[in-house]
Design a protein around this ligand. Structure first.
Ligand SMILES: Nc1ncnc2c1ncn2[C@@H]1O[C@H](COP(=O)(O)OP(=O)(O)OP(=O)(O)O)[C@@H](O)[C@H]1O
Ligand SMILES: [Mg+2]
Ligand SMILES: [Zn+2]
Length: 254
């Protein structure tokens, strides 16, 4: 083995493979170097496309005391606990192809925050391939492939979201419900359901109240455990607090 400066660990010759000898038998064998594992994780992270605001956040750091109303604190605590328990038994849920559907009518209540935190754990700790995308962006990306001269074809984009281990669809229900939209989403979810792939949704709407085709909704029902989120806008409360602190800073001229 020629360890060179191409490997940050000085373990391999830059190929990501180290050649080892088994002590007892003297048999030669190959193993992946840590630099190869790092590169794989970096690719997975890039592919996941988690919004920068949420990268690295965990379920543990999801606050339950930032809601003013006690019933919302209870809902947040329950949602957090259920998500932590889901992670604990993830392999079982994965076998059954059961994801989670986080929903509440109120904007800024923590749906995306908790869904992405779950995705981060599945990506960084459990080592699954994860992809985050809003339903609007997904449909737009597919539409873009209909123009000439695009990098990817329609089937490549669809395949990338159909095949990924864990797909997070943010804000399902806000897109137009045209026959084309129903057809595209049905194709993706039906395929994911057949292969027991995990899909995590966030939505402003209960599954029953989604305005999609019944055959699409029944697949979402089958693929997800619904978790109710608080009905309180913490985004506004957080922004108000930030602005108050900034106002004080401006007044004090610091
Ligand atoms: N429980 C929480 N603990 C810490 N931060 C939170 C919590 N809930 C929400 N936030 C923060 O508040 C902001 C809004 O949360 P988030 O984007 O998850 O809301 P949402 O329910 O997905 O809203 P929308 O319906 O508009 O998509 C984010 O910056 C998020 O990090
Ligand atoms: Mg959201
Ligand atoms: Zn190496």
């Amino acid at each position: 083995m020629n360890a060179t400066s191409d490997c940050p660990y000085g373990q391999c010759d830059g190929t990501g493979i180290i050649h080892l000898v088994e002590k007892k038998t003297g048999i030669l064998y190959d193993a992946f170097c840590q630099c190869h594992k790092d590169a794989m994780q970096k690719n997975r992270l890039k592919f996941a496309d988690i919004p920068t605001e949420f990268t690295g956040l965990t379920v543990n750091s999801f606050e339950v005391n930032c809601y003013e109303n006690e019933s919302n604190t209870q809902l947040a605590r329950k949602a957090k606990q259920m998500t932590a328990n889901y992670i604990r038994s993830f392999e079982e849920f994965e076998r059954d192809g059961k994801g989670i559907y986080f929903y509440s009518k109120t904007r800024g209540s923590g749906k995306t925050r908790l869904a992405v935190s779950l995705g981060n754990v599945l990506l960084n700790t459990i080592g699954r391939q994860v992809k985050f995308i809003t339903s609007i962006d997904l449909l737009q990306e597919i539409k873009n492939t209909y123009n000439k001269d695009t990098e990817y074809t329609e089937s490549q984009v669809i395949e990338s979201v159909t095949d990924v281990d864990v797909l997070i669809i943010d804000d399902i229900g806000v897109e137009n419900k045209t026959p084309w939209v129903n057809e595209i989403l049905f194709g993706i979810f039906d395929n994911r359901m057949k292969h027991s792939k995990i899909t995590i949704f966030t939505s402003n709407c209960e599954i029953e109240n989604l305005e999609h085709d019944e055959r699409l909704k029944s697949r979402i029902f089958k693929m997800c455990i619904p978790i109710k989120m608080p009905e309180e806008d913490v985004r506004k409360a957080i922004a108000r607090k930030e602005n108050e602190e900034l106002q004080i800073r401006l007044m004090e001229g610091k």
